[in-house]
Design a protein around this ligand. Structure first.
Ligand code: F6P
Length: 550
């Protein structure tokens, strides 16, 4: 893993071979690649669980894929993968195991951290969560005044918000529609205000989600929520126990906040915040969709974990997706990666992936502590389907940038859509297929002329095409399929981090801003109190090493 003396990535023979291959490939067009191989559209596909991946519209040949797999072999991706699954401390800067895969391991699995099997702990917490979720869903859990809970507000940020918020949107059609579920993350007081202003405090449960329970945004919002609740109920601290539960690794801080640790759902330091949606952090989601659907979600994750762990390199989907990203970043100077779901329910999916990918692989120092001189994680961006087509797709089609894109779609709409609205699904998917086709093959000047377009407009109406895309298709967006999708991206990010030789599991880059904000905040409050202007002191701010807060 941490291998001093390891050859720098861009000095390996495998990297050099890829560079030469890239030169030979030159401007080869996807039109030529398809023309040369009639079976390309069906051969360049993979099946993982319920996911069908089509990677035929990538700028790769069998030789490219072979060379990329050689690169993965030289980087010992499988060695690092096995070390992760076995609970070794592959997060070297924090000396931690990286075991989100244990969160979805079946009950009888054995995964050891420091000699302790953690799977029973995982299932104990899942069982407690399920019992609690059922109590809330059935109305058995009552608030301080004896009324059943009808509103659930998750307060958290980053991984303690994005996962459950994204998955709640994704699985809305599986949620009990008689509960109101909201998510508050922003320290801008407007977020909490808008979340609670129409709620009845007597029927509202706050879930304070924070791995560390020290994150200032979350603790500030949780404190304000507690003040709101006690003010609305006109009661003292005794109401907190029925209206606040905590999701955390830090029992001491939870207790300090005034939440009974009997109402704390635990997870562990080997779960990274951005990998925590399937831990206790998923409680709000479990309340919304019910424990059974939550278990189906975990099953979907596990299915892809097993695929990643056991599938041969040629058929290993996360490996393939990871390698394609390395190819474009390293040899096409691609700076970003678009994720474009053709599902309204996946409206938060790309935002979720932004943290997963960019917090993991937004690094510029390798595992040996040296600055890298190769591209690492891309800027990840995108919004759902046809909305993007009428906004930024123009740039993907005719701009000057290389932007590999993932198109995610479903054969069927979700089951509970009324028939008249379900009928719109065909139009949605027609757009889905049209876009990947247009991006790959474009429209030549000859084709444009043949349509009678005046010569002066021909260059403007010509599409070069050759824009690489992956198509990810499933029959329907179910809890299991969502778990499969998330795990696919988790492991893709892992593969890339392994090849780039960076620690994908720390996030020191967010610490400096946190430290500075804590130092600046009292000055702003004092200035506001005295009615004065905010001045830039220009002074040096001590750069304390700050505690790691994830
Ligand atoms: O600031 C980054 C971060 O540490 C994320 O990695 C994490 O998901 C988020 O803050 C929230 O942290 P916590 O769950 O400890 O409140």
């Amino acid at each position: 893993m941490n291998a001093p003396g390891r050859t720098r990535l861009n000095q390996t023979p495998e990297w050099t071979a890829l560079g030469k291959h890239r030169e030979q490939l030159g401007q080869t067009h996807l039109r030529e690649l398809f023309a040369a191989d009639a079976a390309r559209g069906s051969e360049y596909t993979l099946r993982v669980g319920d996911l069908h991946l089509d990677y035929s519209k990538h700028l790769v040949t069998p030789e490219t894929l072979r060379l990329l797999r050689e690169l993965a072999r030289a980087a010992d991706v499988t060695g690092l993968r096995d070390a992760m699954f076995q609970g070794e401390k592959i997060n070297i800067t924090e000396d931690r195991a990286v075991l989100h895969t244990a969160l979805r391991a079946p009950r009888d699995a054995v995964v050891e951290v420091d000699g302790e099997n953690v799977v029973p702990l995982v299932h104990q917490v899942l069982d407690r969560m399920a019992a609690f979720a059922e109590k809330v869903r059935t109305g058995e859990w009552t608030g301080h005044t004896g009324r059943p809970i009808r509103n659930v507000v998750n307060i958290g940020i980053g991984g303690s918000d994005l996962g459950p918020a994204m998955a709640y949107e994704a699985l809305r059609s599986f949620t009990t529609r008689d509960l109101t579920i909201r998510f508050v993350s922003n320290v801008d007081g407007a977020d909490l205000h808008e979340a609670v202003r129409d709620l009845d405090a007597a029927e509202t449960l706050f879930i304070v989600a924070s791995k560390t329970f020290t994150t200032i945004e979350t603790i500030t919002n949780a404190t304000s929520a507690r003040d709101w609740l006690l003010g609305e109920l006109k009661t003292g601290q005794e109401a907190v126990a029925r209206h606040f539960v905590a999701l955390s690794t830090n029992a001491e801080k939870v207790g300090d906040f005034g939440i009974d640790t009997a109402n704390m759902f635990e997870f562990w330091d080997w779960v990274g915040g951005r990998y925590s949606v399937d831990s206790a952090i998923g409680l709000s989601l479990m309340i919304a969709i019910g424990p059974e659907h939550f278990r189906e979600l975990l099953h979907g994750f596990h299915l892809v974990d097993e695929h990643f762990r056991t599938a041969p390199a040629e058929a290993n989907a996360p490996l393939l997706l990871g390698l394609l990203g390395v190819w474009y970043g390293g040899f096409f100077d691609a700076q970003s990666h678009a994720v474009l779901p053709y599902s309204h329910y996946l409206s938060r999916f790309t935002a979720y992936l932004q943290q997963l990918d960019m917090e993991s692989n937004g690094k510029s120092v390798d595992r040996e502590g040296q600055r890298v001189d190769w591209q690492t994680g891309p800027v990840v961006w995108g919004t759902p389907g046809t909305n993007g087509q009428h906004a930024y797709y123009q740039l993907i089609h005719q701009g000057t940038k290389v932007i590999p894109a993932d198109f995610i779609g479903f054969a069927r709409p979700v089951a509970d859509l009324p028939p008249a609205l379900a009928a719109q699904h065909d139009l949605l998917m027609a757009n889905f297929f049209a876009q990947t086709q247009a991006l790959a093959f474009g429209k030549t000047a000859e084709e444009v002329r043949a349509e009678g377009v005046p010569e002066r407009l021909v260059p403007h109406r010509t599409f070069l095409g050759n824009h690489p895309t992956t198509t990810v298709l499933a029959d329907e967006l179910t809890p299991s399929v969502l778990g499969q999708l998330i795990a696919l991206y988790e492991h893709k990010v892992f593969v890339q981090g392994a090849i780039w030789n960076i620690d994908s599991f720390d996030q020191w880059g967010v610490e400096l801003g946190k430290v500075l904000a804590k130092e600046i905040a009292p000055a702003l409050t004092a200035t506001a109190d005295s009615g004065g202007d905010v001045e830039d002191s220009g002074g040096d701010v001590e750069r304390s090493g700050g505690d790691v807060e994830d």
